[in-house]
Design a protein around this ligand. Structure first.
Ligand code: PLP
Length: 458
């Protein structure tokens, strides 16, 4: 830009009273009373921390901890990062999506850019009815609500069902976003340990003998962080238990790739009583940036969800819903799913093989049935959170396991996500991880004989 243009812009701002110029100092944004803005005071005018809700204080402390970890990991070139379970953006079908987006704008642009129905774009909902049916879920159009990702779905569900202090049963370990959402609503968290095959009915039954949780939040398929899926038998038992105890079940369906020949049906498909509130999302299999997910729930639940969704943001973008509908109708989602499943399966296999080759004796890990990650348990009293800077120093990152535990356990566990790393790099990443873990294990006392790790060994 020409210097004269900039000078004219400054003169105009000064003439309009929006800036004030001081010879030898520069030009400053003007204060309303005519003086220039003073530099911000060292101490904030109000102690916003003291002024925040307890829930917000906890949330912010947790978020700061996570972002310090992100900064640490981002700062290193050549880092192999197993942190952050996201789809690989280099596999995104961006061009195909651009084409369907152009097409819907051309055909229905004005209507799609108007305010829209709160429950979702009807053609997409009808498409979903067929898609859900193929997974065993029979839902009518008015039992489906389109939301901005399953995270918003979870937030809405928690808001309509919980009052502060209400007890909620959750798997441990579990998805940190669910922990944070529940904690923000001041839920009392009751944990059920995840076994070798995911959530088991027996410990849940024992918990239900002692407590009366208002709901169970679980991920029966491709659980985060373990990748485990509950087998069919246990699903039937869980649903029988939920029916006996009249326990609402929030099923976070994930929607990522499955590595099973015949994945078991979702809990919603085994629910004749309308107890299950099912969450689905396109984030893992297509684009997380779309923020597109859905809730399947019985009508009384849906009535409440619709009222709250309306209050929250009126509706999810109709333009994006229409583009996704076009994408799905042209069978592009099916094709894309096949391609990415094969690639993620290669990365999963590479990770499992490398762990077997390199990790110190006594290390165990879950074998994921689906999804993007698995959970490793180191054999000694190692704090993987404290070990992370050392790992990053050696060029590898992971997510410390404690993030996935509600009660401070999981210190010796860590989550490895394989979705973002091409198979040939995975071996090197695991070699670096093993190199970090080995000396740390020697420094720390081993577990006492008979003492169990948080997760059964696999
Ligand atoms: C188990 C689980 N539930 C929900 C979400 C949120 O996903 P979405 O992008 O659909 O909001 C995630 C994201 O990682 C997840 O792992």
């Amino acid at each position: 830009m020409n210097r004269a243009t900039v000078a004219t812009a400054y003169q105009t701002l000064v003439a309009e009273g929006l800036a004030s110029a001081h010879v030898g100092q520069g030009t400053f944004v003007a204060r309303r009373d005519g003086g220039s803005l003073a530099p911000p005071p060292a101490e904030p005018f109000l102690d916003w921390d003291g002024h925040s809700s307890r829930a917000a204080r906890r949330l912010v402390a947790d978020t700061r901890r996570r972002s310090s970890f992100d900064l640490l990991a981002r700062a290193r070139p050549g880092l192999i990062s197993f942190a952050g379970a996201m789809p690989d953006a280099s596999l995104f079908p961006t061009d195909a999506f651009r084409q369907v987006l152009n097409r819907v704008i051309k055909r229905e642009g004005a209507a799609l850019l108007q305010y829209h129905a709160v429950s979702g774009y009807p053609p997409l909902k009808r498409f979903l009815m067929g898609w859900l049916l193929r997974h065993g879920i029979e839902a009518t159009e008015d039992e489906i609500l389109i939301v901005n990702g399953s995270q918003q779905g979870l937030d809405l569900i928690v808001r309509i069902l919980l009052d502060p202090g209400d007890p909620v049963a959750i798997e441990q370990p579990t998805y940190p976003g669910a922990l944070q959402t529940l904690e923000a609503f001041q839920a009392q968290l009751l944990t059920v340990p995840v076994g070798e095959a995911g959530l088991r009915p027996e410990p849940l039954a024992r918990l239900l003998d002692q407590h009366r949780p208002k709901l169970l939040y679980c991920q029966p398929t491709a659980q985060t962080p373990t990748g485990l899926s509950i087998p069919q038998e246990a699903r039937l038992e869980l649903m029988a238990l939920a029916a006996r105890r009249r326990l609402p079940v929030v099923e976070d369906g994930f929607g990522g790739p499955s590595y099973q020949e015949t994945p078991p049906p979702p809990l919603k498909a085994l629910d004749p009583h309308g107890l299950v509130i099912h969450l689905g999302s396109l984030s893992k299999i297509l684009f997380p940036g779309l923020r597109l997910g859905w809730i399947v729930a019985s009508r009384p639940v849906m009535e409440r969800l619709l009222a709250l969704k309306q209050l929250s943001d009126l509706h999810t973008s109709a333009l994006l819903q229409a583009a996704v509908f076009q994408f799905c109708q042209r069978r592009l989602l099916e094709r894309h799913t096949r391609v990415v499943r094969a690639e993620y399966a290669r990365r999963r296999a590479a990770l499992l093989a490398a762990l077997g080759r390199h990790m110190p004796a006594g290390t165990s890990w879950t074998v994921p049935d689906g999804g993007f990650s698995l959970l490793v348990t180191l054999p000694g009293r190692v704090d993987t959170d404290a070990l992370l800077p050392e790992a990053v120093e050696r060029g590898v990152a992971y997510t410390p396991g404690a993030f996935f535990f509600a009660d401070g356990r999981g210190a010796s566990t860590l989550r490895l996500s394989f979705s973002g790393i091409p198979a040939p790099r995975i071996e090197e990443g695991v070699r670096r991880l093993a190199e970090t873990a080995r000396p740390a294990l020697r420094r720390r006392a081993p577990r006492a004989v008979g003492e169990r790790s948080e997760l059964p060994l696999v």
